[in-house]
Structure formats: structure tokens, C-alpha cells
Design a protein around this ligand. Structure first.
Ligand code: ADP
Ligand code: ZN
Length: 434
């Protein structure tokens, strides 16, 4: 563990620390960010309204558009001379969301990343190949500085150039791979194409995968391909970047570092706090952020929280796998469908490959169709086998999703691969609206 004392802090002590920090943060935000000053006043709350951790629910929420509305410099609580770094989220439409860091913020982020590596049992003797994108995206620098901090060798390979990626991995005897899960699958596929046996010819031991949703089945596939242990990592640029939560060796949910992030789960409709174990939207208050404090930030990610002790000795609450974003939910003829359900079905079938695309159209009714590659060893030239498999996949998808799904099976290597976050859903209904 990188910070054993803070990582194994007992729940009572953690809650005391959280409450203390929450009060300070409420005061700091109200005093230094005009938006919060105004909102606190409107709600009739201030730092003194916080007497217990539950009182966090008295504070106003913050949403992504609040950050966009404060473009370019975001919700800044310090003068620019105190800011030492800026990142921005991809922002596929319009202006990106900019996030800023003071020197202390960067230090906190690096510590959270060092804990992330520690939780995945990465030691100073390790060779870390960082294949997250470097740049405005927080993945690259986040995983980079965390690896340096624990004293591992970091190879800043960055996303892309998969052949070179494999050469480095082989020659440098890389033991740790950090990248998105979809890129890990792509790297595995390329390795096999190059005639490698990723298990024997590579030396990967642990993978740190995140930045996008992925299923248990995808984990199994990646672990089987490389013979490594795959850890789920969660974060977002608004909350420093990666390093918010990570799975320990027990892989039973992602520990969210409670001394820095106060998590809540709220009902997606009523926005009322939900008890542990219930599924809702993850809301996070940053407890020590200087440049860009965020109070009750609505992540749009759907999850549940558990508070029991973990066998690793950490009591930090666990986010049970992020189930997807509320914005990713597709409503097909009134039925809620999550892309993760499609992935679950496909990856459970050994005849199916790793790549798929979900396409939604509307004429009079909504239509869901799924394009999916078959596994490399499946006889895709055999028409009878293909048509039998197609009807099996359709049946299975329709049963799980409870809406009719049309399936088009494709030979291996038909769909575009992702080096970063995969784009798996094409909703033509939205595009028409734009
Ligand atoms: P952007 O994609 O806008 O650049 P980020 O890179 O900060 O912004 O992405 C953050 C989002 O990525 C999270 O809100 C979440 O939806 C998704 N994400 C990150 N890590 C995971 C994970 N381990 N599992 C599922 N989703 C994740
Ligand atoms: Zn644990």
C-alpha cells in the first residue's frame, strides 16, 4: 500500500475526517466560487448547516453544464497564478470541459494514482507500459505520474501504434499494461495476428483498465488472452482524472478513496439519497480540491455503493462496477436498454468476437440492430453455421433486452478498433435531431 495509514483507516475515523473536510470545503467553495456562494444562499445553507455526513444532502448539486457555462477556465476558486496544469475532456460536441489544478491538487492526484497502482499490487520493480492517450485527456499523465511515484519504470507509449506497442512490450519485458479495456482487446488481437502467443511471449502480469464501461465477460477475455490480472479503474477529468476508485486484489468492487471523495448514490429521478446497495446515480463531493472544488458533482454514472470491510483491509467504500452512464441508456420503444447488456450477451458466447456496434434507427417505430463480429476461429464462410448463430444471438439478445434486436454477423476484423474509448452506439435518432 502506498499510504497504509490512510488506506486502512477505520470507518469511524474516516467519517470524522470526511465530516471535518466537508465543512471546510463547504466554507471554501462558498467563499471562493461565486456560483457556490450564490447557490448556497439561495438554498439557505452554509458550512454551519453541516453537522453530520448526511447533511451533505442539504448542499446544491453541480452538473457538467455548470462547468461548460464557466468556459474557458471553469469553476476557479484560486487566481490563475496558482494554477499549474489544465486538462480538458474530449467534448465531442461543442466546447470541451476544462479542468484546472494547483500544485497541491496535482500532488493529491498523484497520491491517488500511486494508491491505485498499489491496490493492484504493482511494485517498484515493475515495468509499466502506459498506453492511455497523452494530452488533454487525463488518462496519460495520470497513469504516468502515478507509476513514477511508486518507483516503477514507466514507458510513455501513449495510445496507438499497436505494432510498436507490442515490440516494446516484448523487448522491455513489460509487466503492467495501462490502457482502456477496448484497446487492451485490440492489442491482444494484434499480438495473435503477429504470430505471438501473448501469454508466453509477453510478460504482462497486471492490467489497469478503465475510462470506459466494460463487462465482467470482457475482463475474462482480456485476462485469458494475456494471462494477466485485470483491475478496473474509475475516474473522470472533473475529479482530477483516473485514480478516483480502483479494484484491489479481491476484485470485489472499486475502492473509492473516501478521504478525498465523498460519494453518494441518489435516485435518478427524485435525486434523493439512496441507502447502501441500491442502484442510482453516483454523486461525488471533492473534499480537498483547491483550484476547482466540486460539491455534489453528478457524474451521470450508474452504480451501487457498499460499505463493508474488504479482505484487503481497506474500509473505503466500494463502487460496484459502473453499470454505464445514465446518458448511455437507450430508450427503445419505451424500454430501457443499456449497451452493457448487449456486451454481456455477446461476450458470453464463445462463437462471438470482441467487437460490436449498436445501431438505433427510427421510422415509425424504434429499431435496434447489432452488428457483431464472430470469433476469429468461427467458420464465417459456412452459411448454414452463420445463419444458425445469427438466430441464436438474436434470440438471446431479445430475451435479455426484452426488445427485438436485429443482428448482422460480420467476419473478424470488419468493425473499427479503438485505441481509446470505444464508440459502440450509433443512435441515428439523435443525429436526425441535431
Ligand atoms: P471525457 O470522456 O468527457 O473526456 P473522462 O475521460 O473524464 O471524460 O470520462 C469519464 C467517464 O468515463 C466517466 O464518467 C465514466 O462514464 C467513464 N468511465 C471512466 N472509468 C470507467 C470505468 N472503470 N468503468 C465504466 N466507466 C468508466
Ligand atoms: Zn479491497
Amino acid at each position: 500500500m502506498y499510504e497504509p495509514e490512510l488506506e486502512t483507516i477505520r470507518p469511524e475515523a474516516l467519517q470524522k475526517l470526511q465530516l471535518d473536510r466537508l465543512k471546510k470545503m463547504a466554507r471554501y467553495a462558498a467563499d471562493n466560487v461565486p456560483m457556490y456562494g450564490k447557490r448556497f444562499k439561495e438554498k439557505g445553507v452554509d458550512a454551519d448547516s453541516i453537522r453530520s455526513l448526511e447533511d451533505v444532502a442539504k448542499l446544491p448539486f453541480t452538473v457538467k453544464t455548470d462547468l461548460r457555462d464557466h468556459y474557458p477556465y471553469g469553476i476557479l476558486a484560486v487566481p490563475l497564478e496558482k494554477v499549474v496544469r489544465l486538462h480538458a475532456s474530449s467534448g465531442t460536441t461543442g466546447k470541451p470541459t476544462v479542468v484546472t489544478y494547483t500544485r497541491n491538487d496535482l500532488e493529491t492526484w498523484v497520491r491517488m494514482m500511486a494508491r491505485t497502482y498499489g491496490a493492484a499490487n504493482v511494485t517498484p520493480t515493475e515495468i509499466v507500459q502506459n498506453a492511455y492517450g497523452y494530452g488533454l485527456f487525463t488518462g496519460g499523465l495520470g497513469f504516468h505520474y502515478g507509476a513514477e511515484r511508486i518507483g516503477a519504470v514507466v514507458i510513455p507509449a501513449a495510445a496507438g501504434n499497436t505494432k510498436r506497442q507490442l515490440m516494446l512490450m516484448k523487448d522491455m519485458k513489460t509487466t503492467i499494461l495501462a490502457c482502456t479495456p477496448s484497446y487492451a482487446m485490440y492489442i491482444g488481437e494484434e499480438a495473435v495476428k503477429e504470430g505471438m502467443d501473448p501469454k508466453k511471449d509477453l510478460h504482462l502480469r497486471v492490467g489497469l483498465f478503465g475510462a470506459e464501461p466494460w463487462s465482467e465477460e470482457a475482463r475474462k477475455r482480456i485476462q485469458d488472452t494475456f494471462g494477466l490480472r485485470a483491475h478496473d479503474c474509475y475516474g473522470m477529468s472533473e475529479l482530477y482524472g483516473p485514480g478516483v476508485a480502483v479494484e484491489c486484489e479481491h476484485q470485489r468492487g472499486l475502492h473509492i478513496w473516501g478521504d478525498e471523495f465523498l460519494p453518494e448514490i441518489v435516485d435518478t429521478e427524485t435525486l434523493q439519497p439512496l441507502p447502501p446497495g441500491q442502484k442510482g446515480e453516483l454523486v461525488i463531493t471533492m473534499l480537498t480540491r483547491e483550484a476547482m472544488p466540486l460539491i455534489r458533482y453528478r457524474t451521470r454514472d450508474l452504480a451501487t455503493l457498499e460499505y463493508e470491510e474488504c479482505e484487503c483491509g481497506r474500509w473505503h467504500p466500494r463502487i460496484m462496477r459502473i453499470k454505464g452512464r445514465s446518458d448511455d441508456m437507450l430508450i427503445i420503444g419505451g424500454v430501457n436498454v443499456f449497451p452493457s447488456q448487449v456486451e454481456h450477451v455477446l461476450m458470453n458466447m464463445p462463437e462471438m468476437g470482441d467487437q460490436y456496434q449498436i445501431i438505433v434507427k427510427r421510422d415509425l417505430l424504434d429499431h435496434l440492430s447489432v452488428k457483431a463480429e464472430v470469433a476469429p476461429n468461427f467458420k464465417h464462410h459456412d452459411k448454414a453455421q452463420m445463419s444458425r448463430l445469427k438466430s441464436d444471438v438474436e434470440k438471446e439478445l431479445t430475451a435479455v433486452l426484452t426488445v427485438r434486436a436485429k443482428v448482422e454477423l460480420l467476419p473478424p476484423e470488419s468493425l473499427p478498433r479503438s485505441e481509446g474509448k470505444a464508440k459502440r452506439v450509433i443512435d441515428l435518432r439523435k443525429e436526425e435531431k441535431k
